[in-house]
Ligand binder design. Structure first.
Ligand SMILES: *[C@@H]1O[C@H](CO)[C@@H](O)[C@H](O)[C@H]1NC(C)=O
Ligand SMILES: *[C@@H]1O[C@H](CO)[C@@H](O)[C@H](O)[C@H]1NC(C)=O
Ligand SMILES: *[C@@H]1O[C@H](CO)[C@@H](O)[C@H](O)[C@H]1NC(C)=O
Ligand SMILES: *[C@@H]1O[C@H](CO)[C@@H](O)[C@H](O)[C@H]1NC(C)=O
Ligand SMILES: *[C@@H]1O[C@H](CO)[C@@H](O)[C@H](O)[C@H]1NC(C)=O
Ligand SMILES: *[C@@H]1O[C@H](CO)[C@@H](O)[C@H](O)[C@H]1NC(C)=O
Length: 780
């Protein structure tokens, strides 16, 4: 141990003086505090403590209790009142700040909104009771202006506002309340001259020395142009700011890949430095419909966005990227400007292993860590990193700042932006900003609680195969099957979101533990069985050729899977296109693929011609194996042609031919958002009986029909028979228990020795939060 650090550790009383001096230390001595620095006690024994989601507040409920509104709202930045009972968030599409009562954190309730006279960009709290809001009032990118608005939280009234002289981005209040700092970004126009800076006017930083009376607050400008380490010194574009207890402000200049430190007492820039770059290995850099984490990128600029101090000497940045950077992770820095730890490629890789990797962002910054927040919970320091494109918060134990320990991930809704730790109440709040009712995404505030107990998420995590650098990547699970010959095993498939289609083997988790995806098997036309299928109607030889790759893998739309327990798997492929619809020409028929454990296609079952002649694009969705008669029972999602209901079709594996069909009587669609109801999956439960999932195509507050029904195929009396159904379980509200709003697409259902399993399809994390709930409902 170095003499200086030994002294520091034994003389905690002198911390304050020493800390101030640490900043002036020469390079090489900046890490004095790294070994032992902690805000609290040891994290020993905290392994059984976890964060779990307890509630989700849809922002639209400020406008209508049932969210029956198409108006776009958003919660972006979130903060809390001094009594810790009211959340305040910024909502730029509405031009308001919103208030939410969290006195009972499991049941957040709307308290209304306040028009702030422009576009709120950030909100923070001063003196416990006053919200300070950055408001952009600019006409455009050139004539920029903005206000700092002070709002009394209790009465929701504007007390006073100050001209900021530019377009604000973030607002921070110092821990002692003496200073309020606003980053004036004067952001660039990304559409002007390819968005390449410099673009005047230049941004700056405003520091306000507060006083007992708001009348005595005076904003002063801190010029941050012409600094070292900044790519384009004349156009700094300050982005985010946070302040430590020594009144040292850290400001990220995202577009400039730089960070500056400002001493607020003297109002001067103390240092500025480049945020540098990172080399990344084992990531996916191409959008080709496959998650293939075998690429590398060298010297990717970090271009940090969110920033937070974790203690007086160390801060963390979310390295989102903006211009050509984005290093897919976060970095921990000391105040000398040295990066002391980085997450490298971990966030991309881990996201893929829990089904949250956004493949559509592979060419473009991956999971995009946007924000960081910090809090010391029950004596353990935690850093929370929001991965905007993955719909996840990564939680790290940073009790040892230079050796962060990954703890867990938490599911968010689409576009997690603001993060707020409320350690005094053991709460964490995440604002997910994306809101689009038509695309079934609603902006929410999600509340998580820290406490003793198992972690609820993830419900499914993949294994790292021998010889691979990364775990198996997966998402978009669209069907489920039990293994009739083995308890504790499930099979699943991925849908057409991915090419080179695969099916998966899953070992189910016992007593609430996550299940494990242990194997991914490519489906291959090794023997040319699929290639030999005859063209029919509009389905041409070219269409068929498009579905088979050079390496014999296939690009299909697997929507259901059934294992027969003897090493054969029946995978239903949903056809593409509708007969007679010029906008949706037939590109593929519906097929059932028989494959073996190696994924080799052994047989391809086509529908009878009469069915192909009236194909609708909502085709085969589920399949189950019936051992009582050695048959397959397959279901269509919706009614075809003039039919009133979707078909339930039976295929004999003894005769290699269709036995016949009946109809499944659907519930009516009752969602206020309209839409339709259809079948999603089917599973065998014994004695010719089957469970099916029936669901509407709505999620969140618009979901109405999510049900498991039973049918009995021995009831069949000939083609066209309409089966009777009986309700087994309404699953609309099963997400209540995990603090979530309903998911749209429950697409997998399996009846097993340990009860019923369901899984939802997360659409490959494209316009979807990515959340996957593989749940055991037990005996229902
Ligand atoms: C806010 O800023 C942008 C420029 O970044 C501008 O185009 C927009 O119209 C501004 N004003 C308001 C009131 O939203
Ligand atoms: C810039 O905006 C201000 C306030 O909105 C307005 O008074 C002024 O005329 C504008 N200037 C130009 C050059 O457009
Ligand atoms: C700040 O808080 C204190 C204590 O609650 C209160 O007495 C004072 O009036 C507040 N100041 C302002 C400007 O609101
Ligand atoms: C998948 O393969 C098909 C056919 O080869 C191709 O048209 C399509 O673009 C691919 N999908 C993606 C996402 O790359
Ligand atoms: C991160 O979240 C905090 C709290 O909501 C907010 O103050 C800050 O502005 C956010 N930063 C980014 C980059 O979104
Ligand atoms: C799967 O089928 C292929 C082709 O018929 C065969 O070569 C392979 O051995 C089979 N694999 C298993 C595990 O049965």
């Amino acid at each position: 141990m170095k003499l200086a650090s030994a002294l520091l550790l034994s003389l905690p009383l002198f911390q304050d003086t020493v800390l101030a001096e640490t900043r002036d230390l020469k390079k090489g001595k900046c890490d004095l505090w790294t070994k032992k620095w902690k805000n609290g006690k040891s994290s020993k024994g905290k392994g059984s403590y976890n964060f779990n989601r307890i509630a989700t507040f849809p922002v639209c409920s400020q406008l209508d209790a049932d969210c029956n509104t198409d108006t776009e709202t958003a919660a972006e930045i979130v903060t809390v009142s001094g009594d810790l009972n009211t959340l305040i968030y910024s909502d730029s599409p509405m031009g308001v700040i919103g208030f939410v009562d969290i006195t009972d954190a499991t049941s957040p309730t709307p308290l209304g909104t306040l028009d702030v006279g422009g576009e709120p960009t950030s909100v923070s709290v001063w003196n416990d009771s006053i919200a300070v809001v950055g408001v952009n009032t600019s006409e455009d990118y050139v004539n920029t202006s903005g206000l700092l608005v002070a709002v009394d939280i209790a009465t929701q009234t504007i007390l006073k506002s100050w001209d900021l002289g530019g377009q604000p981005d973030s607002v921070a209040v110092s821990p002692d309340g003496k200073y309020i700092v606003v980053a004036i970004e004067n952001e660039r126009d990304e559409d002007l001259g390819d968005g390449i800076p410099p673009q005047m006017p230049a941004g700056f930083v405003v520091s306000i020395a507060t006083a007992e009376s708001l009348d005595d607050w005076t904003p002063s400008v801190i010029d941050v142009t012409g600094l070292d380490g900044v790519n384009i010194p004349e156009d700094p574009e300050p982005e985010f700011v946070h302040i430590n207890e020594n009144n040292l402000a850290v400001v990220t200049l995202q577009e400039n890949n730089a960070i500056i430190l400002i001493d607020l007492e003297s109002g001067t820039v103390e240092s500025s430095f480049s945020a540098g770059s990172v080399d990344l290995d084992n990531i996916d850099t191409e959008e080709e419909g496959i998650i293939d984490q075998t690429s590398s990128l060298d010297a990717v600029p970090r271009e940090p966005d969110g920033v937070v101090f974790m203690n007086p000497n160390y801060f963390a940045t979310a390295d989102e990227g903006d211009m050509d950077g984005g290093s897919r992770g976060f970095t921990i820095w000391n105040v000398c400007g040295e990066p002391v730890w980085g997450s490298d490629s971990f966030m991309d890789q881990y996201s893929a292993s829990v089904g949250h990797y956004p493949d559509e962002r592979s060419g473009n910054k991956g999971v995009e860590p946007e924000n960081v927040s910090f809090g010391s919970f029950e004596g353990t320091d935690y850093l929370f990193v929001n991965a905007e494109r993955a719909g996840l918060v990564f939680v790290y134990d940073v009790s040892k700042v230079k050796k962060p320990k990954f703890k867990q991930v938490l599911p968010t809704n689409v576009g997690p932006e603001g993060g707020l730790a409320i350690p005094e109440r053991n709460l964490l709040v995440i604002a997910s900003e994306t809101d689009d009712r038509g695309d079934k995404m609603r902006s929410t505030l999600t509340i998580y609680e820290y406490g003793k107990g198992k972690r609820q998420y993830p419900t499914l995590k993949s294994k790292k195969p021998k010889g691979s650098e990364v775990p198996i990547a997966f998402a978009a699970l669209s069907g489920l099957s039990p293994d009739p010959s083995k308890d504790g095993v499930l099979y699943s498939v991925e849908d057409s979101f991915y090419n080179k289609s695969r099916f998966f083997k899953i070992k189910t988790g016992k007593s609430g533990k996550a299940s494990k995806l242990v194997k991914a098997i490519n489906i291959k036309d090794t023997n040319g069985v699929f290639a030999a299928v005859s063209p029919y109607g509009e389905f041409s030889a070219d269409d068929l050729a498009e579905m088979i790759n050079d390496d014999m893998t296939v690009n299909i739309d697997s929507e259901g899977i059934a294992a027969d327990g003897e090493g054969n798997f029946y995978i239903v492929h949903e056809g593409q296109g509708t007969v007679g619809d010029a906008d949706r020409p037939i590109e593929s028929l519906n097929f059932i693929f028989k494959v073996n454990e190696s994924g080799d296609i052994l047989d391809v079952i086509t529908l009878p011609d009469a069915w192909n002649d009236k194909q609708l694009r909502f085709g085969l969705e589920g399949v189950a194996y019936n051992p009582d008669s050695n048959t397959l029972v397959a279901v269509l999602q919706r009614a075809w042609g003039d039919d009133a209901n979707p078909a339930v079709m039976v295929y004999s594996l003894d005769n290699d031919d269709w036995v016949g069909y009946g109809y499944y009587p659907l519930d009516a669609a009752t969602s206020p958002a309209g839409g339709w109801v259809g079948l999603s999956d089917i599973t065998y439960v014994g004695e010719n009986k089957f469970y099916v999932i029936e669901r509407d195509n709505q999620g969140y507050t618009d979901a109405r029909v999510k049900k498991i029904y039973e049918i009995d195929v021995s009831e069949w009396s000939g083609d066209g028979h309409v089966f009777s159904k009986s309700l087994v379980k309404d699953i609309l509200d099963i997400t209540d228990d995990i603090g979530a709003l309903p998911f749209e697409k429950y697409e997998g259902l399996a009846y097993t020795a340990d009860g019923v399993w369901i899984v939802n399809d997360n659409d490959g994390v494209d316009d979807n939060s990515g959340e996957i709930q593989l749940l055991n409902l037990g005996d229902i």
